[in-house]
Design a binder for this molecule. Structure first.
Ligand code: PLP
Length: 291
């Protein structure tokens, strides 16, 4: 049986304001070939996890959607319309413990003033192996200095744009090196983020993550984990980290909305310790969170 798929189109007026959404057939073509989403990757997106019909961290995702839109000078996505569209799709996926919805806003068809918007939902893959056995990670030089977001904002470092070809290439490079995932490092030696995830490190009773100011995406999963950290006797802190810090850490994870917390099992072929108990607590919490 094929996975259920659901789609809504978010409609806009010529001022770029969302006017509402309509259900659409995901099996039919819906986007024009001249939409800059297809021709230039010129747009923004979010991927929101759905737990048994409940969108998780929806407000945080929609805030980040708006932040990315601002960075690209796109019209501000209306949080009410988009939240309504995501909830409608989430309800259709309520029979599934884990699902996801992707929201997309593009600059629209070349030469026309209307943005294009849609939200698409389907069920999640099975990430039990990654969440328990962990993942092998390789460090990849992103080729940008850690201050690139400040010196060169046109690079859109830290925006969740549709131009993810580089992120996909990094994932393929990781696979070529027989690893499961990549972790980007700035050209001046600071740990950044995975192609689709945030780095979280445990050092003693602290959970640490690199600052968004380094030109990385502020992660919604990381924020929720840091809010829950006191329940596990831990304290969250944002700080710069180096590969040496990672090597010396008590444990590390790549965390994200759909895969949740994947413990790091090795870095560049060197085994690292997995904190199985904390991984299980994190993933239990992430599966159940409702906000
Ligand atoms: N960093 C990048 C580049 C991402 O693409 C993602 C998510 O897809 C994340 C971090 C993690 O963000 P979140 O926890 O909000 O899913």
């Amino acid at each position: 049986m094929s996975a259920p798929e659901h789609l809504v189109l978010v409609e806009h007026d010529v001022e770029g304001h969302a006017t509402g959404w309509v259900a659409a057939d995901p099996d039919l073509p819906q986007v024009r070939v001249t939409d800059v989403a297809a021709t230039r990757g010129d747009g923004v997106f979010e991927t929101i996890s759905i737990g048994s019909g409940h969108p998780q961290a929806l407000a945080a995702h929609l805030e980040r959607f708006a932040r990315s839109a601002r960075m690209l000078d796109l019209p501000e996505p209306d949080p009410t319309v988009w939240a309504d569209a995501v909830r409608a799709l989430a309800e259709l996926l309520a029979d599934h413990e884990e699902a996801w919805v992707k929201t997309v806003l593009t600059r629209g068809v070349e030469g026309q003033p209307l943005p294009t918007g849609w939200a698409y939902g389907t069920v999640s893959g099975d990430f039990r192996r990654e969440r328990t056995d962990g993942i092998d990670v390789v460090l990849l030089d992103r080729g940008l200095r850690s201050d690139a977001a400040t010196t060169s904002p046109w690079l859109l470092a830290g925006a969740k744009t549709l131009s993810y070809a580089v992120n996909r290439a990094a994932a393929r490079e990781a696979a070529r090196r027989r690893a499961d995932d990549a972790l980007f490092v700035s050209s001046d030696g600071l740990l950044l983020e995975g192609p689709t995830s945030t780095l979280v490190v445990r050092r003693g009773t602290e959970l640490l993550t690199p600052p968004a100011a380094l030109g990385i995406l502020p992660g919604t999963t990381q924020v929720d984990l840091f809010a829950a950290a006191p329940d596990w006797g831990l304290q969250g802190r944002v700080t710069t980290l180096t590969p040496a810090d990672l090597a010396a850490a008590d444990a590390a994870w790549l965390v994200s909305s759909v895969r949740h917390a994947a413990p790091v099992r090795s870095v560049d072929g060197v085994e690292s310790a997995i904190d199985a108990e904390l991984s299980a607590a994190m993933n239990g919490f992430l599966r159940r969170r409702l906000r």
